[in-house]
Design a protein around this ligand. Structure first.
Ligand code: N2P
Length: 343
């Protein structure tokens, strides 16, 4: 009770812009691997007195399964928009009055009331970016031109490939390559996806959505599934790597903060949401993870190379097709295909 009251008072202080008040309490944060800067969490703890404990996950599928399993112990999570919609539909999220938070005014109008949360009743923005593949540029014969390099690698690339453990994202890439629409769930289309993923499987060294930066640095693989921010980090760390914008297109996504149903520290999660919509705080996230964010005024705190990086600026002739929420039939079918693939 005392703890709750303290955090409510501190919450009010923050909502009214008083940042010196020290709130008590904790926050259990569940976020993607390699997506959260340690110094940002430390600053949050210093600004608010709220202690953050973080766990990570490797895919939207893992997050969804965790939320569905009930009491997770987490107060904040970061789904991509197409999974956020499922979480809302399935009643897995707490309602939050994001629009009334003082820092909401900093959000890019294009991200206010977005398609996946039109009333802004469940989520506040985190980062957005793309999913594609990347190649080692010091290996002859690898090309960014087509998704063929990723799905049907030839020569030395076969056997030196890593693929994300994110079934729906990989399926979306397969649909771009096969000329299908996202979520197209007729039997023929699903069979074509399955055949392609099985073919790719023969050349795949590892399935994982974690550790891509290291695997490319050590040349454990030479072609990898990649998110644009991780690929940029790898490049800045000195790995000869190119993030590919193939002619078939890349998958676009946007991730948001949400509060899982039953969160014990909901008030603290709301404080975090508001705190992160302050430009200097959000900039810390983008400066670390290297993705774009929805707080335009953060740009004055961003490292300049973010604005011009090839990873963040797809060429105008390449489609960025934003992922969609697919039918339960499609989700089930992909799950089945994936399970078979990984047996
Ligand atoms: C970075 C995680 C990117 C999140 N490792 C993709 N939605």
């Amino acid at each position: 009770m005392t703890q709750k009251l303290t955090s409510i008072i501190a919450g009010m202080a923050l909502l009214f812009g008083v940042t010196t008040a020290q709130a008590a309490g904790e926050l259990f944060f569940y976020n993607w691997t390699d997506y959260t800067p340690e110094d940002m969490l430390q600053k949050f703890e210093k600004d608010t007195g709220i202690k953050v404990t973080m766990d990570t996950y490797d895919s939207n599928e893992t997050l969804l399964a965790k939320l569905k399993s009930g009491a997770t112990g987490y107060d904040l999570a970061v789904p991509s928009s197409n999974f956020l919609t499922i979480m809302i539909q399935e009643g897995l999220l707490e309602k939050v009055d994001v629009k009334s938070m003082p820092n909401y005014k900093n959000v890019d109008p294009r991200f206010q009331g977005p398609d996946w949360d039109p009333e802004q009743m469940y989520s506040s923005p985190y980062q957005y970016g793309t999913t594609s593949f990347a190649i080692r540029t010091d290996v002859p014969g690898l090309s960014c031109d087509s998704l063929a390099t990723f799905f049907e690698p030839e020569g030395a690339a076969c056997g030196n490939l890593s693929v994300f453990q994110t079934p729906e994202e990989v399926a979306s890439m397969a649909q771009l390559y096969l000329g299908q629409q996202y979520c197209q769930d007729d039997s023929e289309s699903l069979k074509a996806i399955q055949a392609l993923l099985q073919k790719q499987n023969k050349c795949t060294k590892i399935y994982s959505s974690e550790g891509m930066i290291d695997r490319m640095a050590t040349k454990t693989v030479t072609v990898t599934n990649a998110w644009n921010g991780d690929a940029m980090r790898a490049r800045l760390e000195g790995t000869p790597i190119e993030y590919c914008h193939p002619k078939e297109g890349v998958v676009g996504w946007s991730d948001s903060l949400v509060i899982p149903k039953g969160a014990k520290n909901k008030q603290n999660a709301e404080i975090f949401m508001n705190w992160l919509m302050a430009p200097e705080n959000m900039a810390m996230v983008s400066n670390f993870a290297r993705y774009a964010n929805a707080i335009p005024s953060s740009s004055k705190y961003l490292e300049p190379e973010l604005a011009t990086a090839p990873e963040t600026n797809p060429p105008s002739n390449v489609e960025v097709r934003v992922s969609e929420t697919c039918s339960p039939r499609f989700v089930k079918a992909i799950d089945k295909i994936w399970t078979k693939l990984r047996q």
